[in-house]
Design a binder for this molecule. Sequence first.
Ligand SMILES: *[C@@H]1O[C@H](CO)[C@@H](O)[C@H](O)[C@H]1NC(C)=O
Ligand SMILES: *[C@@H]1O[C@H](CO)[C@@H](O)[C@H](O)[C@H]1NC(C)=O
Ligand SMILES: *[C@@H]1O[C@H](CO)[C@@H](O)[C@H](O)[C@H]1NC(C)=O
Length: 546
Amino acid sequence: MTTKSLVCLILVTSSLFTLALGSQTHRGKWKLLKRSIGISAMHMQLLPNDKIIAFDWNSGPSNISLPGGKCVVASETTTNCYSHSVEFDPSSRSIRPLTITTDTWCSSGALLQNGILIQSGGFRLGDRVVRSLTPCANCDWVEKKNGLITSRWYASNQILPNGKIIVVGGLNQFNYEFIPKTSTSDQTLYQLPFLEETRYSPLIPNNLYPFLHLTPGGKLFIFANDRAILLDHVNNKVVKNYPVMPGGVSRNYPSTGSSVLLPLILSSNFNSHPEAAVFICGGTVPDSNQKVNAGVFITASKSCGRLVITANNPSWEMEEMPLNRLMGDMILLPTGDVLIINGAAKGSAGWYAGREPVLNPVLYRPNAPITAKTSRFEIMSPSKIPRLYHSTAHLLSDGRVLVGGSNPNSNYNFTALYPTELSVEVFYPPYFSPNVSRPLISKINPGTNLEYKQKFTMHFHIHQWHEELGKIYVTMVAPSFTSHSYSMNQRLLVLALDSEAQKVDFSNYVVDVHAPATATLAPPGYYQLFVVHEGVPSKGTWVHIK
Ligand SMILES: *[C@@H]1O[C@H](CO)[C@@H](O)[C@H](O)[C@H]1NC(C)=O
Ligand SMILES: *[C@@H]1O[C@H](CO)[C@@H](O)[C@H](O)[C@H]1NC(C)=O
Ligand SMILES: *[C@@H]1O[C@H](CO)[C@@H](O)[C@H](O)[C@H]1NC(C)=O
């Protein structure tokens, strides 16, 4: 068989095997929101003004021009007249092009406490740039050339209790630093040999985009490949080594699984720390990308690992997803359930390397009992659009999940096996079902600017209150910066209630709620507040805590 016919055979079989497990029997719904936002949403962040900021990478033409028809210098010999970043309004579906002059490819980001989006690193001339964007009607990116001490490509960010952002790793960077640079200690590069030790081999640095989660005690859990540590980033000391996750599956780029910090359940006793657990799903063999180069597309893993990172002697609890998946996004829904969405069943992250798109999301209920007949997973109805490498997902304030991107090609290519996707669609989790009535937050007293330990009163409306089952809970969700199947800074707190909800009159209720006690539980900044009744969340209300 010639190479050419072999390639054709692969193309035919892979499209035949695209996984879509029928739409009748599964819950959840999809809707195409916009056929093109002009770019492929490789990185996404929701801002407190409910706009989505998306960007891809600064090479060649996109499908949208720079604002005002301007052109910028791209290198010594070229100019660029195309935009590679847009602001998208999910409610009006309008798009505003933004200006970035240097390359943001495979970079990281976080929202500062004042609502300004900080983006760090990228490729080539962009690899040490720190960019910022203020949420306002006419604001555009501001780029700071040497905002990072060293180059960061495939690094991860986490917002910290003191309002700074820690930037960890990147290709051949076994260190971390803090931004924005305001003090002399920010000018130091801190070494982290763990990032060198957890590579599969020097030639296969398969531990990129390490997973970072801030613990309730204010330390940083860092996961790379199949190992994890606890970093005291204040004293720059590794204070704990966690057990190796069993199974030999690689979870970070390019064997790309995903990770979330499961909901933190807060107590009104401010002296007790909640238990914290991480949940990591999917991924594949450590050398998946090398296998693809040799023409072999290995089946991705079904396995997930769950670890109580606050326990003295934690051990991994393994669970199996109903579908094999790598490059899946894990999104915390306002209910505290986890949605696993996007990705592929075979191959690797990287250009041209993924096969068999997994079109069905899977819902995971962290507290559901596991019995012989039931698991915590439920397969949801499928999308029609493959979302492979460079795709993203983000929770919107109204509880829908925005899905965009997918460009496994080295340029914009609309005729490739998996074309460059400029579209965005939304997934409606089952709580959007027409037969359920959603609660509605009507007022927060004294207001939406919260302080730590503050007690506030939430007024809400529920059309049909189920007296016996009528327990409600209140969740607070941090918006994430999502890229490469990992939602940085994603965090969900279940707030402590002062007492049960009280009826005011016909469908109006009121409940007293305790704001989180400390910045280690909830770093200062913007969050969305939801009230959940019978597993159905309200729309989110933005609050700010400091
Ligand atoms: C992007 O632009 C190209 C060239 O003008 C065009 O052929 C293509 O249809 C556009 N794609 C989308 C999704 O709008
Ligand atoms: C797009 O992909 C197809 C299929 O791989 C290839 O033949 C074509 O040359 C690509 N086009 C561009 C503009 O790169
Ligand atoms: C709503 O309808 C769906 C399917 O039509 C069903 O599975 C679900 O139990 C219903 N929910 C309620 C609260 O009646």
